[in-house]
Design a protein around this ligand. Structure first.
Ligand code: SF4
Length: 264
């Protein structure tokens, strides 16, 4: 049973308790239901039905249907429904050169989301984020450094299709795609977001400040703490900067109450 179904049954249960209370008071039917619905919420006969039949009667009620719709409308989309919404996307010019849409992967209930800028060659080939050399480095940071499994975090990018020659995504491409990562974050509701490099940091935080200035300092996105740090591909070019990323990762671990080894 999913959350919506559980919540629906809770509503049904509350309505039923209310009806039973009314019946105990001698009320035989409800003539004036709310929400401008002309029929009674439940026909009087339903008051003496079995639980299953009462639930079915309530499920057919326009009032309860309306309530269920309202509950669902206020809920963030699921990772599956966001992927369906993306579909075979042609919303920006990056679709022309892609081999696959790299949506993201990991635990749908992850406490940490790593957000990169966009897929590279290997990612485009495999349809998975961070699987090339930079991806291996990110995996090492997660598994050897943080001592958690890569599958226990969530990893995705600001744009889902590979920019040509691994260039940075352009503003119109980010604008077309960033809504999806925002929905992914809303669906997962992590405790911490780690942004990797300038593109995700500047676009999620809405700042023009560079990663060199922002890394290592807590920021915030929609009430969620954000730790900006260098992109692993930058570390491949500048291995001397790995220590700074480790310092940033240790701040994340401390924030989440994870044991922090003294040395990587
Ligand atoms: S990058 Fe995003 S918006 Fe552009 S085509 Fe791919 S999925 Fe669509």
């Amino acid at each position: 049973m999913n959350d919506i179904q559980k919540e629906f049954l809770e509503i049904v249960s509350e309505v039923r308790a209310h009806l039973e209370y009314q019946r105990a008071l001698g009320v035989k039917s409800i003539e004036e239901p709310p929400l401008d619905v002309q029929k009674p919420i439940v026909q009087p006969a339903a008051l003496s039905l079995s639980k299953e039949k009462t639930v079915a009667a309530l499920a057919a009620s326009p009032v309860v249907k309306e309530t269920a719709k309202t509950v669902e409308a206020g809920r963030p989309a699921t990772l599956e429904s966001i992927r369906e919404e993306i579909g075979d996307c042609t919303r920006c010019k990056l679709h022309k050169g892609r081999n696959s849409i790299v949506y993201g992967e990991g635990d749908p209930k992850a406490t940490i989301i790593f957000v990169g800028e966009g897929p590279g060659f290997e990612e485009d080939q495999q349809g998975r984020p961070f699987v090339g050399a930079a991806g291996q480095l990110l995996t090492d940071i997660i598994e050897k450094g943080m001592k958690i499994k890569r599958a226990d975090v969530y990893i995705c990018n600001i744009v889902k299709c590979r920019p040509p020659n691994n260039r940075n995504p352009e503003p119109d491409e980010v604008e077309a795609c960033i809504g999806f990562v925002k929905k992914q974050i809303a669906a997962i509701r992590p405790k911490v977001i780690v942004t990797l490099g300038n593109v995700p940091t500047q676009n999620l935080l809405g700042t023009k400040q560079g990663i060199t200035r922002l890394r290592g300092s807590w920021q915030e996105y929609e009430g969620i703490p954000v730790m900006p740090t260098f992109h692993p591909s930058y570390l491949l070019r500048s291995p001397g900067e790995k220590g700074k990323v480790w310092e940033d990762v240790k701040l994340v671990m401390k924030k989440l109450g994870m044991p922090v080894p003294e040395k990587k």
